[in-house]
Design a protein around this ligand. Sequence first.
Ligand SMILES: O=C(O)CCC(=O)C(=O)O
Length: 198
Amino acid sequence: MRAAGNAPVLPPGFSYQPQALSFDKSIALYQALSQSLAWQQNSIRLFGKSHTLPRLELFIADPDVRYSYSGKVLNNAPWPPMLLGIRNTLEQRFGQLFNAVLANYYRDGQDTMGWHSDDEPELGAQPLIVSLSLGASRKFKIRDKHSKAVTDLMLETGSLLVMQGNSQRDYQHALPKQAKVHQGRINLTFRSVGNTSA
Ligand SMILES: O=C(O)CCC(=O)C(=O)O
């Protein structure tokens, strides 16, 4: 089903806001981040075997944040000054402090993110996660955990995808391979991570 403006009707807890950043600003930010961040090629262990992740990553967070992802505690990179204004704007807009960003860099359409939910205990039961897309448009998939129904959405540069409520409890999401995409995309997911280390 499609709503006006050609965006699909999204499941409860998901909302899409195009052009939160103008095209020019979003592409300039994509270029600056792709060149200046110390991107990491991480791997995960699955059934005793190490797998290189098909994307680059960087976990940017306040120094007191501890966050594990796929069973590994992530090292916190400091906030790049160019993200502080956006962080502040999003905090005002959503009425929540964001102490971390998981940044993903998909170098082209071969880089992907598999099906998962952002349901780590550190995020709380009903996390508000705000995801800013920069660079190439990529298809994003949302799958109902029970009915298995899938909704497809195109994430365009400068857009925000907001996930809240039971979006992580009831749904998984993924960014599939798109062989025809030859440009890069960066995704910044602003998160509030509870400090569970104390
Ligand atoms: O690149 C995207 O839009 C997906 C990112 C994502 O699923 C995540 O960071 O949990």
